[in-house]
Design a protein around this ligand. Structure first.
Ligand code: SF4
Length: 492
């Protein structure tokens, strides 16, 4: 077997997801798809921060601290640490059967060792188990008696400012033991595969689960338009249809029973035209003037920073509101937190003022706005709860008006504002914006508010401007979308 190829825990789990993905990762380590974008890098950084913090919750350890590619030095230093008396070793490193692993936290126990894999999720998940299993296998090959395997993850019950219970440890010893017998053959199969040419692997649900594959655009480039996987909420059934030879929506059997929304999608795609149901007219009656259009942006820090917050709580830190004016037209009101302090009292106050006088508050995919309002009420006490409940009682969601009554082939099976707006209101576009989707906005907001001291003033001003423009487009887009829907309903 070629000594050029070796596995790591991340390579092994990538190989379990897809051999082709692993082949590209190993043979093209400089591929542009593997350069993390800002969002991926922020997730990596967050994982690194959580991992480093987790060590302080299992204190007294020795850190095996070498550069990324100094694997020999790491393994040698681990041998030295194991010969000593340290109760805990962080990043303990082992190499056996052509697999290198570094254990996040290795605990010495009276009967052997405890292996702890740190994850920045809030629970142990099935996809964490092979990751722990390959480590347990390599440690066993290196002669260590692993008696306990745990996933150490963030604890949603932890409430700022008391971070003593920030982490929880879930015992997965039994689950990992059940996987262990299969691990050597899986690793050897991956190593054999790496010696050969790029393997043939068909696209499938494994392209997005358990992790989004970075090579998606390579494998999906030739997938025909209206692939059956874009059919609204079909899930695994879509892939069963692909296996049965029905690759696209027009090729579906005529007698296939679909939900009303998916059936409308099929009719629209087959006829290649916009479908507007006559029922849209009645659906739009719920949007009674005077209207206000509301959109929140949030941050969700893994490690909470404000009183009463838990890991990954979504905290609204920005909103945009377009208010219908008596004489016609719209007034724009916006609010964005100014720094690292708790923004909730001020944003709640600004919201009440922004929504005053509106009979209907329009949001797109309103469950998000409603959750934000409930969270603000809970955090700020009874008076704020009453104000937030009042705002929530006036919210009407525009998304179902599209999903239940309208379809255009350009939607591609999605009813998100980013999918619907460019088709129905083509003069509005997110393409030119520096911040162009909600997850990027959340990252940039966290950078601006929580790590603002790392930015120079000009960068802060630029970032604030980009975030304000993005949020404003969400509410102005919703204004224009409702107007367009009214035109379409009038034409039915
Ligand atoms: S896109 Fe799918 S088939 Fe292609 S490498 Fe990734 S997981 Fe494998």
């Amino acid at each position: 077997m070629s000594p050029a190829y070796r596995l790591s825990k991340s390579r092994f789990t990538a190989g379990l997801q897809c051999h082709k993905q692993l082949w590209w990762r190993v043979h093209e380590p400089g591929a542009p798809e593997l350069v993390p974008d800002a969002q991926t890098q922020a997730i990596f950084d967050q994982g690194t921060d959580v991992g480093a913090l987790a060590r302080s919750y299992v204190p007294g350890g020795t850190l095996i601290d070498f550069a990324y590619d100094q694997t020999r030095q790491k393994v040698d230093a681990t041998t030295v640490a194991l010969a000593g008396t340290a109760p805990v070793i962080y990043e303990a490193s082992f190499f056996a059967d052509r697999v290198f692993v570094a254990v996040d936290i290795l605990e010495r126990r009276p009967d052997g060792f405890g292996l702890i894999e740190v994850k920045s999720s809030t629970s142990a998940k099935p996809e964490h188990l092979p990751d722990a299993a390959i480590q347990a296998h390599v440690l066993g090959q290196a002669g260590l008696a692993v008696r306990r395997v745990e996933i150490m993850h963030l604890n949603r019950a932890c409430t700022f400012p008391d971070l003593t219970d920030l982490f929880a440890r879930t015992d997965v010893t039994r689950e990992v033991a059940a996987l262990l017998p299969g691990v050597p053959a899986q690793a050897q199969e991956q190593l054999r595969m790496l010696e050969g040419p790029l393997p043939e692997v068909a696209i499938g649900p494994h392209c997005s689960a358990p992790h989004a594959c970075p090579f998606h655009s390579r494998c999906w480039a030739d997938v025909p338009a209206h692939h059956v996987s874009t059919l609204y909420r079909l899930g695994q059934k879509a892939w069963d249809l692909v296996s049965a030879g029905c690759g696209t929506i027009p090729a579906l059997p005529a007698d296939l029973s679909l939900s009303a929304t998916a059936e409308r999608q099929r009719r629209s795609v087959v006829s290649n035209r916009l479908i507007v149901e006559p029922s849209l007219r009645d659906a739009l009656k719920a949007f009674e003037p005077p209207l206000a259009f509301l959109d929140f942006e949030t941050i969700n820090p893994a490690i909470p920073v404000w009183d009463g917050c838990h890991p990954y709580d979504s905290i609204p830190v920005q909103f945009s509101c377009h208010r219908q004016q008596r004489g016609g037209g719209y007034e724009h009101v916006e609010w964005l937190a100014g720094g690292p302090g708790d923004p909730r009292p001020q944003i709640a106050e600004a919201l009440v003022a922004a929504c005053a006088g509106a009979r209907t508050i329009v949001a797109y995919n309103a469950s998000f706005e409603k959750t934000c309002l409930r969270g603000l009420g809970l955090a700020l006490g009874p008076k704020a709860t009453a104000s937030m409940e009042d705002i929530e009682s006036r919210i009407v969601d525009l998304l179902p008006a599209v999903r239940e009554h309208v379809y255009h082939p350009g939607f591609g099976g999605s009813f998100s504002l980013k999918s619907v707006l460019p088709v129905l209101v083509p003069e509005l576009s997110y393409d030119e914006l520096e911040v162009s989707d909600g997850s990027i906005a959340a990252l940039e907001l966290a950078r601006l508010l929580l790590r603002g001291e790392t930015l120079v003033e000009a960068e802060k001003t630029r970032l604030r401007g980009a975030l304000l423009r993005y949020c404003e487009l969400d509410t102005w887009g919703t204004v224009r979308l409702l107007e367009r829907l009214r035109e379409l309903a009038d034409g039915t």
